[in-house]
Ligand binder design. Structure first.
Ligand SMILES: [Zn+2]
Length: 506
């Protein structure tokens, strides 16, 4: 029996148009760059999309897995044209070299932006289609924050967005995509996509799926999936920091009958629009947040989340507004981290564990969001910065901070790290001997993903409205390319039905 040859690939970046940190090829090489068989070592057994692809395909006797290329970098500024070109070239070469492919599984993000390309994922799919032809099935996984464009649907109806935020179902969506691809291959099932784009860029702060408006949307999506004709529903919140014409929220319904899919997509898009105001949150400023944390009594640590500098939303991880306030208040049993500051780590290394050192902390990349904090610190511990996530978010995945240092300034323990990284897993602290659970106040460079691992060990969580590129206040950004009018920047009238009619007329 001739085996189905199914390629797997991964190209992942969430690009922040307003971040000063451009994403270069070394950022992909440092984070995750695997070619061919290296992909098995990196992703087998991980709760990632590729882990899901592999688990499904390995069980099929009639499938030969063709591992192609995986390239991922953590969210930051736009991807340089050079970096994108290198990866695209290598991706297409690996597909060409693979020879005949019967199917392709692609883990994408959906909010990548390249210097001279607004929609690189759509561009990549077009290039891939040129190589493998129009009829080889492709299925992708996409982040909930994808700024999906209608053109992506032209290349394949099979896109599977995450249904959780924090994203703890990457693996499950990888499994879903692989199963759908096999259904199309083995059973000849035809899938149809119905797509509705909404004129809105909701802030992500209140997009969690445990509560709030997105939890309602996901609940409605799951209800719609109970219909046998509806195979999958994705609700995309979009990524509001990508300044591109295709920015914004959308709904994608994969169905077995086009009309049913269209009706479902329209209905869900209307519901999405109707809950939009619930995405807006008013947050305390740094001083108010800190005072609130001090006044609260809880037997578990109180978290101050420095959301505006969350590295996974494109933050540089080195802004200083919250750090400065914490150092100033000097409350016992406070832990802050991780602060991206390789220069200070180097100074700690030179000085050695147990010694005092003068440091100029953070504020080096975007001093407009807070100048460095000058401190006298004691070096408590140094590490290579390598740990494995305890999960559930990206469980078992290796994380390399490129060095770390635990310092103490007054009563404050501070974790310095060698590259921007959200404090999404307690192992980031534990690997160097810091126990977050033992603290009274935690200042974390994080937004929402950290909840997956931290929620069970912390008490109240306070989001603070500090300065930074991942600020909740979208009015602080000067957009040039997003479609206008768009909510919440503009007050607009919009009805799903009405817009469709207008679109048809043109
Ligand atoms: Zn996301």
């Amino acid at each position: 029996m001739r085996k189905h040859r199914i390629g797997i690939a991964f190209f992942y970046h969430e690009s922040h148009s307003f971040s000063p940190l451009k994403t270069e090829i070394e950022h992909f090489r440092n984070e995750g760059y695997f070619i061919g068989d290296e992909i098995y070592d990196a992703y087998t057994g991980t709760k990632t999309e590729v882990g899901g692809f592999l688990d499904v395909l390995k069980k099929q006797e009639d499938v030969e897995i063709i591992p192609l290329l995986c390239a991922a970098a953590i969210p930051a500024g736009v991807v340089s044209t050079t970096a994108y070109s290198i990866i695209e070239k290598q991706m297409l070469e690996s597909i060409r070299k693979a020879g005949r492919l019967d199917g392709l599984l692609l883990a994408l993000h959906g909010a990548m932006v390249v210097e001279d390309l607004f929609d690189p994922e759509e561009h990549l799919l077009g290039k891939i289609r040129e190589v493998i032809g129009l009829h080889v099935p492709i299925a992708t996984t996409l982040d909930m924050h994808a700024n999906l464009s209608a053109k992506m649907i032209d290349y394949t109806p099979l896109h599977f967005g995450f249904k959780t935020y924090p994203h703890i179902d990457m693996y499950e969506q990888g499994v879903q995509a692989a199963i759908a691809l096999l259904m199309q291959l083995n059973e000849g099932i035809s899938f149809y996509a119905a797509f509705e784009k909404l004129p809105m860029i909701p802030p992500s702060i209140n997009m969690r799926t445990a509560e709030g408006p997105m939890s309602k949307m996901i609940e409605w999506a799951k209800q719609a999936e109970e219909d046998d004709d509806i195979y999958n529903v994705s609700v995309f919140g979009g990524f509001p920091y990508s300044d591109i014409p295709m920015a914004g929220a959308s709904v994608l319904v994969v169905s077995l009958y086009p009309q049913k899919g269209e009706e479902t997509a329209k209905k869900l898009a209307s519901l999405f629009w109707s809950v939009r105001e619930e995405f807006i949150m008013d947050l305390p400023d740094v001083r108010e947040g800190m005072n609130r944390a001090i006044s609260l009594a809880d037997d578990k640590p109180i978290v101050l989340a420095d959301i505006s500098d969350n590295p996974l939303s494109g933050g540089s991880g080195d802004t200083t507004e919250l750090l400065r306030e914490m150092v100033h208040k000097n409350t016992p049993d406070t832990l802050f981290g991780g602060l991206y500051d390789p220069e200070s780590i180097e100074a700690c290394r030179k000085s050695g564990v147990g010694n005092k050192v003068s440091l100029s902390l953070g504020g080096k990349i975007s001093p407009e969001f807070g100048v460095p904090v000058l401190v006298e610190a004691t070096v408590f511990a140094l590490s290579d910065g390598i740990f494995y996530n305890s999960g559930p978010f990206n469980q078992h995945l290796k994380v390399d901070l490129k060095g770390a240092a635990h310092i103490r300034v007054g009563n404050i323990d501070i974790l310095l790290i060698g590259r921007p990284m959200s404090a999404n897993d307690p192992e980031m602290f534990r690997h160097i001997g810091l126990e977050p659970q033992a603290k009274r106040i935690l200042g974390l460079k994080a937004k929402n993903h950290f909840r997956a691992a931290f929620e069970s060990i912390v008490g109240p969580i306070i989001y603070v409205d500090a300065l930074g590129v991942a600020s909740n206040r979208l009015t602080t950004f000067t957009y040039r390319h997003i479609p206008r009018p768009i909510w919440p920047l503009d007050e607009i009238q919009f009805e799903v039905e009405q817009r469709r009619k207008e679109t048809w007329r043109h």
